[in-house]
Design a protein around this ligand. Structure first.
Ligand code: ADP
Ligand code: MG
Length: 599
C-alpha cells in the first residue's frame, strides 16, 4: 500500500485512543477540567458503568459563548500559551486534547454558561462532527454529557469490561480527586444511586473518612514534612495521612500520591512508603497512605504520558527520601506510649505524645527483643541489617533505620493488677498501665497472622462434633466466608438448612465453649463491629482473637501478667490492639512529680 496521510477522522480516532481508553478516562479528563475551572461542586453521573452515559456537572467558570466550538478543536486550550509555560504548569489540563478526543468517539452534549452570561451555550458533537449549536437555559457552570462511548469504534467497545468493573474504575478516579481536593464537594451517582459523596469541608480527614470509612480514617496518622536541599529552588512540602501500623492491606494499591494535586502513579514512591514501615507491618502486608507532594512546577515534568498519570521528577532521589522520612517520622511518633493527659480516643492525634529519651533503655531492650524475635514468625524482617543508632539511616542501601526496635517497649516490671482489668508496671521512666484484654488481643493477632502466613493455623479437634444452628443471615455469612473460616481453623460442614456441624476450632479458642464461640464470632462479623474497609479475613482474625483473649474482670496471677508483658514486648506493634486502640498508657516520673507538687 502506498504511503498517504490518514483521513482526518481516522487520525482523530487513533489520537483519541491515547487519551480515552475506557469510561474512567473520560471521567478523569472531565473532572480535571471542572477542577481547572475552579468548581466548588462536581457531580458525576454514570449509567451502565459509563458505557451508556457519563455526565459531569460543575459550578466552575464556564466557557464564553464565542469559544465554545473551539473547545473541541484538537490542541485547543485556554491553559497554555508558549512552550515556556510547559515548565510551570499549574492546571491539570494543558494538552487541549481531551474534549476533542472524547467528542471523536462518542455523542457529546455540552451546556456551559459563565456567570456573567445570560444564556448558556449548547453544542452537540457526534463522532467529532458538530451537529447542533445554540443557546439554552442552564445554571452557571458546565454540564457535559457523553453518550454511547466508542459507538463508532467497535474494536474498543469490545474490550470494555462488565458495567460493575468500569464503574469501579470510575469510583476510584472520583474518590482520588476527592482526596486531593477536600474543599470540592463531589457526588457520584451510578445508575441513579448515590454511591459516593464528600462534604467539601476542606478537611482532608473528612475526605479520608468518605473514601475509606470513618474507622479507617481514625487509624491514620498525619504526615507533614519538608525537604530542603541546595538542588531545590524551593523546599519540597509533603503532607497527608498514613495508616497507623495496625492498619494494613494485602495489596499496595491503597497508597495514593498527588504531585501538586495531580494524582500520579509512581512505583518508586510507593516503595518509599512501604520501606518506611519496615518492622512495623507483618510480612506481605502494605500500608494505606494518601500523600501530597508540593514542589516547584519546574521540578517536575508532567508531559511524559498522554493521560498524565506518570510524571518525571528532576530530583527523584530527593523526593523518595522526603517521602520516606516524613512517613517514617509519623509512624515512629505514633509508636510511643500515649502518656497520661493526652487524648485516648483512637483518633489521628492520639499517639503523637513524645517518647522519653530512648537511649535510656534502648540497650536493655535491644537484647531482649532480638532474642525473642521470631517466636511469632517475623524473623525475616528482623534479621535485615539495622543501621547503628544515631544514623538517620536514610543514606544507606537499606534506607530505613530501625527506630522501632529500640523505641517499641521499655523493659517493664509487673507491680500488680487493678480492677481485674489493668496491669500496672514500672518502666525506666515511670508507670505504665496496660489494658490486659487489648494487649492479649495484639499478641494473639500477630501470632495468628504469622500462622496464617505459613498456612499453618493449629486447630483443636472437638471430641464430639458440635451441631450449631444459625439464623439465615448468619448462615449466609458462613457460606460466603467458608474458605476463610476453614483457613483459620474452623472445620465446618453443612448439616441441613442453616444447621452446621463444627468439627474443629482454632487452637487459641480451645478454652472457650466451641459452639458458642463460633456462633458469637459469626454474629460479630455480621454485626460489622470491625471497620468495613478491613478485608474479611482480617475481620475474622480480629474477631477470633478478641474472643480468645483474656477479658477484663479476669484475675491474673503475677506469673501470668509477667508472661503477658513479655509476649507483648515481642510483637511488632505492641502499642495498639488490632482495632487500633491503645494497649497501654504511660505516666512518666516527671508527670508524677508534677502531680505531687514535687517540682
Ligand atoms: P485542556 O484541559 O488540556 O486545556 P480540554 O480539551 O480538556 O483541554 O479542554 C479544552 C478547553 O475547554 C479548556 O482549556 C477550557 O478552556 C475549556 N473547558 C473544558 N472543560 C471546561 C469546564 N468544565 N469548565 C470551563 N471550561 C472548560
Ligand atoms: Mg482537560
Amino acid at each position: 500500500m502506498a504511503i498517504r496521510i490518514l483521513p482526518p477522522d481516522v487520525a482523530a480516532k487513533i489520537a483519541a485512543g491515547e487519551v480515552v481508553e475506557r469510561p474512567a478516562s473520560v471521567v478523569k479528563e472531565l473532572v480535571e477540567n471542572s477542577i481547572d475551572a475552579g468548581a466548588a461542586f462536581i457531580r458525576v453521573e454514570i449509567q451502565q458503568g459509563g458505557k451508556r452515559l457519563i455526565r459531569v456537572m460543575d459550578d466552575g467558570c464556564g466557557i464564553p459563548a464565542d469559544e465554545v466550538p473551539l473547545a473541541f478543536a484538537r490542541h485547543a486550550t485556554s491553559k497554555l500559551d508558549t512552550v515556556e509555560d510547559l515548565n510551570c504548569v499549574k492546571t491539570l489540563g494543558f494538552r487541549g486534547e481531551a474534549l476533542a478526543s472524547i467528542a471523536a468517539v462518542s455523542q457529546l452534549t455540552l451546556s456551559t454558561r459563565p456567570a456573567t452570561q445570560a444564556a448558556a451555550s449548547r453544542i452537540r458533537v457526534e463522532g467529532g462532527h458538530q451537529v447542533a449549536l445554540g443557546t439554552a437555559g442552564s445554571p452557571a457552570g458546565t454540564i457535559i454529557t457523553v453518550e454511547n462511548l466508542f459507538y463508532n469504534v467497535p474494536a474498543r467497545l469490545k474490550f470494555l469490561k462488565a458495567d460493575a468493573t468500569e464503574a469501579g474504575h470510575i469510583h476510584r478516579i472520583v474518590s482520588h480527586y476527592a482526596l486531593a481536593y477536600p474543599h470540592i464537594r463531589f457526588t457520584l451517582l451510578s445508575d441513579n444511586r448515590t454511591t459516593f459523596q464528600t462534604s467539601g469541608s476542606g478537611q482532608l480527614f473528612d475526605a479520608l473518612a468518605a473514601v475509606f470509612s470513618l474507622e479507617t480514617a481514625r487509624q491514620m496518622l498525619e504526615v507533614a514534612g519538608q525537604e530542603v536541599a541546595p538542588e531545590l529552588p524551593q523546599p519540597i512540602a509533603l503532607y497527608g495521612y498514613t495508616g497507623s501500623p495496625s492498619l494494613h492491606r494485602g495489596m499496595r494499591d491503597q497508597i495514593v500520591f498527588f504531585v501538586n494535586k495531580r494524582w500520579i502513579q509512581d512505583r518508586a514512591l510507593n516503595q518509599a512508603v512501604v520501606q518506611a514501615y519496615h518492622t512495623f507491618l507483618p510480612v506481605g502486608r502494605f500500608p494505606v497512605a494518601v500523600l501530597n507532594i508540593e514542589l516547584d512546577p519546574a521540578q517536575v515534568d508532567v508531559n511524559v504520558h498522554p493521560t498524565k498519570a506518570e510524571v518525571k521528577f528532576q530530583e527523584p532521589r530527593l523526593i523518595f527520601k522526603a517521602v520516606q522520612r516524613a512517613v517514617r517520622e509519623a509512624v515512629v511518633a505514633a509508636a510511643p506510649v500515649p502518656s497520661y493527659g493526652t487524648h485516648l480516643t483512637p483518633s489521628a492525634t492520639t499517639f503523637t505524645g513524645h517518647a522519653g529519651d530512648p537511649g535510656v533503655w534502648s540497650s536493655a531492650f535491644h537484647g531482649h527483643s532480638r532474642s525473642e524475635a521470631g517466636q511469632f514468625g517475623f524473623e525475616a524482617q528482623r534479621t535485615l541489617p539495622f543501621p547503628s543508632p544515631g544514623n538517620d539511616g536514610l543514606e544507606d542501601a537499606w534506607p530505613v533505620g530501625d527506630e522501632s526496635a529500640s523505641k517499641k517497649l521499655p523493659p517493664m516490671r509487673v507491680v500488680g493488677q487493678i480492677q481485674q482489668m489493668y496491669i500496672v508496671t514500672e518502666g525506666p521512666d515511670g508507670l505504665y498501665l496496660i489494658d490486659q484484654h487489648a494487649a492479649h488481643e495484639r499478641i494473639l493477632y500477630e501470632k495468628l497472622a504469622a500462622q496464617k502466613a505459613k498456612a499453618d493455623v493449629p486447630r483443636q479437634q472437638l471430641l464430639e462434633p458440635a451441631v450449631v444452628e444459625l439464623s439465615p443471615g448468619h448462615a449466609a455469612i458462613v457460606e460466603s466466608e467458608l474458605e476463610v473460616l476453614i483457613g483459620i481453623g474452623f472445620e465446618i460442614e453443612p448439616f441441613g438448612g442453616t444447621t452446621y456441624r463444627l468439627r474443629s476450632v482454632p487452637e487459641m479458642l480451645k478454652q472457650a465453649e466451641p459452639a458458642q464461640a463460633f456462633i458469637d464470632i459469626v454474629a460479630e462479623i455480621a454485626d460489622g463491629a470491625i471497620p468495613l474497609a478491613k478485608e474479611t479475613h482480617e475481620k475474622i482474625a480480629i474477631t477470633v482473637c478478641k474472643r480468645a483473649s483474656v477479658k477484663g474482670g479476669q484475675v491474673l496471677s503475677h506469673e501470668e501478667m509477667r508472661e503477658l508483658v513479655r509476649q507483648l514486648e515481642t510483637t511488632v506493634a505492641p502499642r495498639t490492639c488490632p482495632h487500633g486502640r491503645p494497649t497501654m498508657i504511660h505516666l512518666s516520673g516527671a508527670q508524677l512529680a508534677r502531680e505531687f507538687g514535687r517540682i
